[in-house]
Design a protein around this ligand. Structure first.
Ligand code: NAP
Length: 245
């Protein structure tokens, strides 16, 4: 039977590229985003199917526990197994701490952090029964080093790194690998929102003097979803072109 990967927030950006790469690797693909309309302006599902695998869209707000229960149930029914979970969905609501609203703080924590609990628990239970699984959480360099104007985002991503280590310790004996990646500045709609000044400032501190491409993230995820990484767990792989060393 073919293996199946769920990639959250995969209608665009890093998630869409990860979905395509895992389809090229031979996984059936469970695409996810908030609603169907987000897939209308792209052909990501068709691109995955062109890799001779099955691909289906499952809409769900992954910050909501009940929605995740339905998502995991539907993917299991459709594909039979859940072998890879990529917790990619994420948002920013930036602002200096002094000006950030409680709503901005809570929303980012629920989408970036709570979703990872929801799906590591629910898909993790499926993987435990299978005695096989690969969980890859998308954190950020902001979670490792902090970032002014991102107290909510940095907190959520630091939590994701700690949650990765925790669940790696809980599920290691069940043949489930749990790792995180911490991208730096990657060219996507999320980073398009930054001002030219912010973008220029970032470049000065990147050793490779360029921003990352989504394909440079999906390659690392492909490795962590493969058997080549079978003895790696609880780790956070920084993919930042040498942002901090
Ligand atoms: P993106 O282009 O904004 O894509 C994220 C996707 O997740 C969007 O389609 C978004 O939909 C979706 N999403 C948001 N909330 C969701 C929810 N509750 N349930 C399901 N889907 C939801 O972002 P990206 O740049 O590709 O980032 C992907 C991941 O990488 C994120 O976790 C981000 O924090 C992380 N990351 C990115 C960078 C970077 O430089 N781009 C750096 C470090 C880490 P909406 O459009 O409705 O929000």
């Amino acid at each position: 039977m073919s293996r199946t990967a769920i990639i959250t927030g995969s209608s665009r950006g890093i998630g869409a590229q990860i979905a395509l790469r895992l389809a090229q690797d031979g996984f059936n693909i469970a695409l996810n985003d908030l609603n169907e309309t987000m897939f209308e302006n792209n052909d990501i599902a068709a691109q995955c199917r062109a890799c001779k695998v099955e691909a289906e869209i499952f809409c769900a707000d992954v910050s909501k526990y009940e929605a995740c229960e339905e998502l995991v149930k539907a993917v299991k029914e459709r594909f039979g197994t859940i072998d890879v979970l990529v917790n990619n969905a994420g948002i920013t609501r930036d602002g200096l701490t002094a000006r950030m609203t409680e709503e901005q703080y809570d929303l980012v924590i629920s989408v970036n952090q709570k979703s990872v609990f929801n799906l590591m628990k629910l898909a993790g239970n499926v993987m435990m029964r299978q005695k096989y699984g690969k969980i890859i959480n998308v954190a950020s360099v902001a979670g490792l080093y902090g970032n002014p104007g991102q107290i909510n985002y940095a907190a959520s991503k630091a939590a994701v790194i700690a949650m990765t280590k925790t669940v790696a310790k809980e599920l290691g004996s069940r043949n489930i690998n749990v790792n995180a990646i911490a991208p730096g500045f990657i060219e996507t709609p999320m980073t398009d929102k930054l001002t030219p000044e912010q973008k220029a400032k970032m470049l000065e501190v990147i050793a490779m003097r360029r921003y990352g491409k989504v394909s440079e993230i999906s390659g690392a995820v492909s490795f962590l979803a493969s058997e080549d990484s079978s003895y790696i767990t609880g780790q956070t792989l920084e993919i930042s072109g040498g942002l901090a060393m």
